[in-house]
Write a protein that binds this ligand. Sequence first.
Ligand code: 4NP
Length: 155
Amino acid sequence: MKQILFVCLGNICRSPSAEAVFNALIEKNGLDNEISCDSAGTAAYHAGEPADYRMRQFAKKRGYHLTSISRPVNPETDFDRFDYIVGMDTQNVRDLQRMARNENDRKKIYLMTDFASGLRYDSVPDPYYGGDAGFELVLDILEDTCAGLIRKLQS
Ligand code: 4NP
């Protein structure tokens, strides 16, 4: 079983969406027994909260249900449990590198856009303080990069 952890800052917009988009692909491809995922935040400000209402609405329009509850990354358990730990932007990746306990942990850290298949973006931009277009862009990039990650895991 390959385990993936998606990570953003608050774990209420981008990484819960990555989890939902990725889970939809796992189901569509019949990979439930081979791949699973979770999400977490580098900050704990929103711990215990459901995903942001705006993010949930935009995701729902595309058929994704965001059900996760925000939690912070726990370096003591997450680096052992997960095979890929995937940050949404370069700050998330830097924060994860700082949390890593050793070189083996550091080797598990990736940037979501490393798995791009069609779109050319160098991060999944934080939509929190912006308008509607930012939420749509998050979903566009995640649909592209989650498909790329699934292909990488199957190859
Ligand atoms: P996320 O978005 O990292 O994609 O969950 C954000 C959520 C909350 C905040 C920033 C970004 N915040 O500053 O509270």
